[in-house]
Unconditional design. Sequence first.
Length: 382
Amino acid sequence: MELTGKKILVVSPQNWGNMFLSKHHYAIEFAKRGNKVYFLNPPDQEGKLKANSLVIERSPVHDNLYLISHRTFFPYVLKFRALPLFHFLMRWHVQKIERALGGDMDILWSFDIGNLYPLGLFKTARLKVFHPVDEPLRPEAIEAANGADLILSVTNEILEKYERFDKPKFLVQHGVKQDFVELFSRQQYHPGSPLQVGYAGSMLRGDIDRQTLLTIVKNHPDLQFNFFGGFLAKDTNVGGIETKETNEFIQELKGYLNVKLHGALDQDSLARAFTTIDIFLVCYDIKKDPSRGTNYHKLMEYLATGRVIVANNITAYAGRPDLIQMVESRENNQELPGLFRKIVSNLPEHNSFELMEARKKFAAGNTYSKQTQRIADILTPY
């Protein structure tokens, strides 16, 4: 099968919005290759749509990309209280989606590890691709692969969790936009004054190692910490909820003179903001983190800048201190404040021309365009 001129339904657990994850980027890449792509947002739970409604709109990003907003005719809460009934009713909702798309589709591309829509409910797709990019932590995340023709993922650890499914499995790294690569290939790096620290991602995530992050901020009043990501539920499309603990964390961050919360930025604005950064920080509690410290999509964007990255333990980059400086422990981040201080103290060494070029080169080899071509090669026999 050639990955061009096809009708593709991308099933996403995250809505379309300002912040893009893998599923958003791949939808755009598929559209660029001349495919007609439909991006299925999660069902509306906020009452923005009437029950049993479905709206298809052309995306402003690309003429070949369409966004599907919808609401089920049954209460969404059934997913948490009566999953078999939820799936039984979902079959009629899926049929409605398929009819709205005009019947037959070439590829169903599912990032749905919540098993919201069992793959078997889709009757018109010639090929079903299951593409988990987060660690499958619950039984339904494993069951979500049932019915797939092949499985792709960003880590071997994730692929191993699906070993009971006798289907072809392929490792495809996270990607990065070509625009990111081109922007930083042209840019000459000059250290900021004060030095600028960058952190991107929803600030509402419950897996942020908040105490370690606050310790690092407190320890470095001479550095400027820039947080790029929604800190109000209404401003983020990539997950996280407002809780008492989350709000207290954000309020404490706001209290530091060396902290700036930029909110969620679109991709172009984020790329421009990254040009000012000297050090990127990743600080998750891997015991709570959906990826379990195996890999993160933001890393490739950080690498594209060439700047040094200081992080919690990340298995995909183990043994690659030239790419990412990380703590050794898989238990906690106690070493992270000390490692961060060490990197700051030796920043010219870690942001040397040679190391920055090596990071940029690695990212340039993993653009979403190149990853999509690798996937296209995988699909050739189908």
